[in-house]
Design a protein around this ligand. Structure first.
Ligand code: MG
Length: 172
């Protein structure tokens, strides 16, 4: 495994920093986004009003969105259905199958999609290895589900290494 696979193409503070105008400039037609701690806190069952607005903004700009989550069907469906947003649960990121399924469903090419998420070990690694443009967001909550806790320790070390090498400038 190559460490550069953990380096996202971009880094933003929150999902709301991802704007349709910018995506259009990049030729992006679709967003593949993680759910837990990317769109909302991992333990928040449904979207916030601000997030609903964000989805509407994307819809108006003809930017497609698919939620791709490693979480179970119950969680992902209950969150996505009220928003009328397509989703893939138990995605098994960092494996790339779910990303490929998402672009096939959206009818777009890999170069026309971005992969967004809060974790280096699943979202960024998976997206990079499958050749997607990746955007890392700061986790919405400072707490994590049980399995994510371990990933965070590893992530911390990778981020520190990148920081030392001057590959990333942001602080968190
Ligand atoms: Mg996440």
């Amino acid at each position: 495994m190559v460490l550069k696979h953990f380096l996202p193409n971009e880094h933003v503070k929150t999902i709301f920093d991802i704007k349709p105008e910018r995506l259009k400039q990049l030729g992006v037609k679709g967003i593949i986004t993680d759910l837990d701690n990317t769109l909302v806190e991992w333990d928040r069952p449904s979207a916030t009003p601000k997030l609903i607005e964000w989805f509407d903004e994307m819809r108006k700009s003809n930017i497609l969105v698919t939620i791709v989550s490693n979480n179970n069907e119950k969680r992902v469906k209950a969150f996505s259905d009220p928003l009328d947003i397509p989703f893939i649960f138990q995605a098994r990121k960092p494996m790339g199958m779910a990303f490929r399924r998402a672009i096939a469903q959206m009818g777009i090419k890999r170069e026309e999609a971005v992969v967004v998420g809060d974790q280096l070990l699943t979202d960024v690694l998976g997206g990079n290895r499958s050749g997607f443009h990746t955007i890392l967001v700061v986790p919405v909550a400072s707490t994590d589900g049980f399995f994510t806790k371990f990933n965070r320790l590893v992530e911390r070390r990778i981020l520190n290494w990148f920081r030392k090498k001057g590959k990333i400038q942001w602080e968190d």
